[in-house]
Design a protein around this ligand. Sequence first.
Ligand SMILES: [Zn+2]
Length: 360
Amino acid sequence: MNKSTAFSLDYSTARLRFRQAATLLGWTLEGHSIGQTGPNGEDLTIDIASSGNANPEQTLVVSSGVHGVEGFFGSAVQLALLEHWANHGVPSVRCVFLHGLNPYGFAWLRRFDENNVDPNRNFLLTGEPYRGAPPGYAELHGLLNPRRPPSRWESFFVKALPAIARHGIPALKQSVAAGQYEFPKGLFFGGSRPSQMHQILQQHLGRWLQGSRNVVHLDFHTGLGRSGDCKLLIDYPLTLSARKNLTVWFGAESFEPFDSPSISYDTRGGLGHWCVTRGYASEYLFACAEFGTFGPVKVLAGLRAENQAHHWGNSEFDATHRAKIRLKELFCPHNESWRLKVLRQSMKLVGQAIDGLRPL
Ligand SMILES: [Zn+2]
């Protein structure tokens, strides 16, 4: 229990272990194919496990792999929870686990999906156009998205220094990570229409959550923040009661709200904002549980190199393979103490969510 053995070596293994652990608990399973195959020709699916409809009013949702390669961590959290509950009894709230929401990115070691879409920028609300880019993005496009394979000797940091000197890292992060809808092969592209993940959730999420009054949804991510630290990121305006619940259940310092001074950019298309506006429950509390790995420039350099390799490299090249393995390490470090620490914190978070959800 809580051991780093919950981390799987690849998507297929993670998916299989998830399905086996859920079956062992007697949960119902669904798999939704995205019509793509993985490196070994395997069908890529989004898998859903539900504890069933007993006590559906309080529902815990745990999702993994919105950002593909980040699924190595999110899937480990889900497996650790399922194994823990197999030994210690399942919680009294209804549980719905969404596994590998971006299976293409998970299987092919990408943060983005089969159409280079950043799924967490794709969930635009009705009427919001799939157009636009932050003012700084066009200026950085050439630096971020070179039209050639990555080179082993190139230092992104050195190349980026003039831009960092001119704007500073926070401003760079804002113009880059807020998402863009104009450069289809660029980083953080939000897409030009609802993605497959978006369509599958639109079609089924209401059914999976049927009967819910209160939902707490923890969506697991990595790559932002201090190594091993956790922050709950909120991408939508919080109601008073949601803010109170976050404070009481997880602690006043545990979350970073939408209107926090440190998040001054206008992010569109987030999954959380979309979920809470769709009326699935009278209270829908969504948080990205974000765990830090490496510093922002290192992470951005890795994303840039993998994106170059994906679009402009040959899949057989060593350079492509290296860029993808590097990306996996950046979003799911091998370091044993990091793995144990993030799993421990995740289990605690989920325990806090369940305690919060439980009717008094
Ligand atoms: Zn993420």
